[in-house]
Design a protein around this ligand. Structure first.
Ligand SMILES: Nc1nc2c(ncn2[C@@H]2O[C@H](COP(=O)(O)OP(=O)(O)OP(=O)(O)O)[C@@H](O)[C@H]2O)c(=O)[nH]1
Ligand SMILES: [Mg+2]
Ligand SMILES: [Zn+2]
Length: 374
């Protein structure tokens, strides 16, 4: 019989955490007028304004005007609130003053909240980043075609949360001109004019690829790592959103000009990444704003993002208001204005993407009630 080993009762300690590097300066991060006013109205003696710049396995790090430090929550905040702090959050914080940790007293209301649902129909809402201006939807060009479904899905979540969308197609060096051209055309078709597209080959110098550059620009997209800087101007905060292994951290290293972030090989058999990045962290980009590197996402469920859907597909959402039935699925119903105006989804990737996301939202609304879980 196996002997039971008695477990030692030790107090849980914070794991050893990596040093705080690549941080933006405090002046790079700009709280909104409301956040500043809230801070001034509420902050007491010894409390400073801070921004959550990293989360390492759930442990926050905060940057104030004077310093950067690890922080924990004031006792009254720990219940439930702990998991809710996100990179980008503005907080009222007490400096450590010789202690290990600063103390977060309050999270200030967010201007935007990039969130996703996880965990199926008993799921919870997880904030990926707060107060974000722009979402970089990242996808690799190595496949035979990019997934317009994945891109529109990310765009809907981003727009629903109040952020702009830009699309970054990576690994252009593994594609040819025809693939670059058709991928850019597909993304422009499904997302319309509003979202800029950049095509990058992060491991080489932008000048090395004259043919890819010509194909990219010809299709109406921006070429090269350097073009990404202008998409996140100084003072703005962006987040990279995309599956593991598409090259998010590699692109950030290229923008930084050194290997500051860990990158990892993708699995040979199916090209899927191994979730190399495990930290959410802000990275200050020279000549640009701040970009949050984040772990790749396996799934992005569509729950209650109707407003985002209408923002990404305004013309289709408009037409849908003209359908005879209010709950028209635009698949078989008579008097369907969407089908009348946009035809058959088989001929229109844009309509097909809209219908797939709308149908998923109808299904999730039946099993998940966002208002209850929030
Ligand atoms: N050929 C080529 N390979 C690239 C490019 N960008 C990234 N890679 C490779 O793709 C693999 C994954 O890159 P990462 O930057 O770690 O991917 P990631 O999106 O950060 O992945 P997670 O952190 O797991 O979410 C690495 O082996 C990179 O060298 C590129 O532009 N061209
Ligand atoms: Mg990474
Ligand atoms: Zn209809």
């Amino acid at each position: 019989m196996a002997r039971r080993v008695k477990k030692a009762r030790t107090k849980p300690v914070a794991p050893s955490l990596p040093p705080l590097t690549e941080l933006p300066t405090f002046a790079d991060l700009r709280p909104s007028e409301e956040q500043l006013a809230d801070f001034e109205a509420e902050a007491g003696e010894g409390v400073e304004l801070g921004c959550v710049v990293r989360l390492d396995r759930g442990f926050p790090a905060v940057l104030t005007e004077r310093e950067a430090f690890r922080a924990e929550f004031a006792a009254r905040l720990t219940k439930g609130e702990f998991s809710k702090v996100a990179v980008g959050d503005w907080v009222c914080v007490r400096s450590p003053h010789g202690h290990d940790m600063g103390i977060i007293e309050r999270i200030l209301p967010r201007t935007s909240d990039i969130a996703r649902w996880k965990g199926g129909n008993r799921g919870e809402r997880q904030t990926l980043a707060a107060n974000v201006d722009v979402v970089l939807v990242v996808q690799a060009l190595e496949e035979w075609r990019v997934s317009s479904g994945r891109i529109t899905r990310s765009a809907v979540v981003a727009r629903d949360c109040g952020a702009r969308v830009v699309v970054v197609l990576t690994k252009a060096d593994e594609a040819d001109e025809a693939l670059v051209r058709s991928s850019v055309n597909l993304v422009s078709e499904v997302l319309g004019e509003g979202s800029p597209i950049a095509v990058v080959a992060s491991l080489g110098a932008d000048e090395e690829y004259a043919d890819l550059r010509a194909a990219t620009e010809d299709a109406g997209a921006l070429w090269g790592v350097e073009s990404v800087r202008a998409l996140v101007p100084p003072g703005e905060v962006g987040i990279m959103l995309g599956p593991s292994g598409v090259g998010k951290s590699t692109l950030l290293n290229a923008l930084l000009g050194r290997e500051a972030l860990e990158t990892g090989a993708v699995r040979e058999s199916d090209g899927v990444g191994r979730h190399t990045t495990v930290t959410r962290r802000m990275v200050a980009i020279p000549g640009a704003g701040t970009i949050v590197d984040a772990p790749g996402l396996r799934t992005l469920q569509m729950v209650g993002h109707e407003r985002g859907l209408a923002l990404v597909f305004p013309d289709i959402a408009d037409a849908a208001r003209g359908c005879r039935f209010r709950n028209c699925t635009h698949t078989h119903e008579p008097g369907c204005e969407v089908r009348a105006q946009f035809g058959d989804p088989e001929d229109s990737p844009r309509l097909a993407a809209y219908l797939a996301l709308a149908s998923e939202m109808r299904a999730s609304a039946k099993t998940l009630d966002p208002d209850v879980v929030l």
